[in-house]
Each structure stands twice: as structure tokens, then as C-alpha cells.
Design a protein around this ligand. Sequence first.
Ligand code: PMV
Length: 337
Amino acid sequence: MKSEQQGKSNIAIVKYWGKKGFQLPANPSISFTLDNIYTQTEFALKERSNNDAFEINFFFENKPKPEFLPKILAFFKSINPYFSWLQHYCLEIHSYNNFPFGTGIASSASSMSALAKCIMDLDQQIKGEPLSNEFLMQRVSYYSRIGSGSACRSVYNGFSEWGKHPDIVGSSDEYAIGLTNIHPDFMQIRDAVLLIETSEKSVSSSKGHDMLNEHWYANRRFEQGFENTKLLYRALQDGDINHFGQIAEQEALTLHAMMLTSTEGYFLINPNTLNVLNAIRQFRIRQGIQAFFTMDAGANVHLLYFEKDKSAIKSFINKELLQYCSNKEYIDSPIAK
Ligand code: PMV
């Protein structure tokens, strides 16, 4: 029996940075899903007799990847209680990214959401009980979250929200929801990911989240995350692009400020990151084009812009930004619709 599924990446505008309990967010977050950046996963179940040991064979781009196994094993250990059939099989997983590995683009959101989709698909095949689409997405989001928090938002096209918020009906800490009533202008948004540093991050996201447990500014940051979630959702509904951009940039800079000001203070940005941030702001002022930046937990910069400005942005990137990018590369994606 097998399942083949695609999981997409997403970029957060309001950031999830800091956990409470097991894989629950300290504050709500909002992201949009990236159509062009995805992981394709094939998950096959092989019958096993009582004598065979439970086994997971994991291949990344057709090669065994033992270094990925600890994360995958931890994920299966956490979800085992929900899928009792898993113990009757050996698992073979093949995963492929459509973007080069080691570009600093986090693949945990796309890979974990693809894996969770496969598991829920197999669960339905085995139990023969089809679920409603809405409930199925919710379950996929729930299990994606267990693999990687930010992955739970990748399940939906368009904009999604994760984390209980008093003003957002249906919101939950346990799974993300797809946001409705988004102004049509925002469905024209695009993200050009400027690949500034492609080496592995010096501090992983899990360590980064942990550092919020003992952080002078953590509580104020979490309050800001709640407030910005409310303000951003309003801007998304109203079509207020400038307010959207202001929140996006504030959130990106705050994410990195939290790293700088943690007890063990560290930074993932480098001089070229700052060169790109400056260039984007100057371009916006000079050209009057609504182009903004955000960042993940890494040195890369995500340039957010709109479909109508595609050719102006392309020449801006080529003329001014590629000089700061490693291998002069970037990856461009529309929002998933
Ligand atoms: O999903 P994790 O645990 O790798 O956390 C990633 C968090 C950020 O990408 C930095 C922000 C976000 O909300 O996606």
C-alpha cells in the first residue's frame, strides 16, 4: 500500500518563535503558502511478520539519509498512539525537494506536511472511512505540527493562521486554519527568496525556540505576536498593503532581535542580509513600488511583492540584489491558490 503527496513551504508574516508545552505556539502566527517550493513524498507500507523488527527506510533524492532519521523516528514515536496500524508494517519513505537542498530554505514545513498528508491518506485507505475535506485538512495540520510547528500552516493554500486567538473564530493551538475573506489584492502576492547564505545554520530552530524560555523580552514579544496577528488579519481583509508591509518588516526584525538579545546572544543574519534589507527599503521609496521584506530563521531575505510589479522586481533583483546572493541565485514563487 502506498501514498504519494506534495507538501508546500510557507512564509510567516507574523512569526511563531517560542513554544509552550509540546509543540504548541507561545503566540499565534499567520503565513502564506508558496506554490513553487515543495516536497514530494512517497510513503510505502511493507507487510512485516512477527519476526521482523520495525524499520523505517528513508531516502532523500534516491539516497539513504541516516542523518534525517532521528527527526523522523521522533515524529513516528509521537504519532504512533494515533495510528495503531503503523506497528504492523515496515515503512519506506522517498522524499524529493523541487528546490536545491542546502539553500537555507527550511524544508521542514514542506517535508513534514507531505509526510502527514501521506499518513492521513493511508489511514483512510486502511480504515476505509473517508473524512470530510475540512476535517481531513485539520487532521493533516495537527500531525504536521507534531513534526514541525510551522508545517501545520502549509496544509492550506492562501493565508493560514495557527494559534488560539480570541478574535479569530475557529483558531486553535493544535492545528492551523485557512483564513477566509482575504482581500483579492493579497491573492496576487509573490515571494522572491534571495539565497544569501546556503551553509547550515549555526543554531537550529528548535534551539532557537528553547532560548525563549529564559528570555528577558519573551512575554512582551508574545503579546506583540497576538496584537500583530489581529492587526495583520484586519489588513489582509481590508486590502491594506502598506500596513501589511509594516507588520511583515517589524516581525522579521523582531525575530532576529530576539536571537540577538537571548542569553547566549547569536545572529543568523550577515552583512549581505543587511545590504539587501537596505536596498529593498531604498527601492520602495525611490520607485514607489510596494515591495517589503521578511525573513525566516536564517540569513536569506524574502522579498514580498505583487504580480503587477513582476517585471520591475525582476530587473531590481538582477541589477541590485543578486550581487549579494550566494551563487547569484533566488527562487521566486506565487502564493498557492
Ligand atoms: O517550524 P519550526 O519549529 O522549525 O519553527 C520555525 C519558525 C519560523 O520559521 C522562524 C517562523 C514561522 O512562524 O514560520
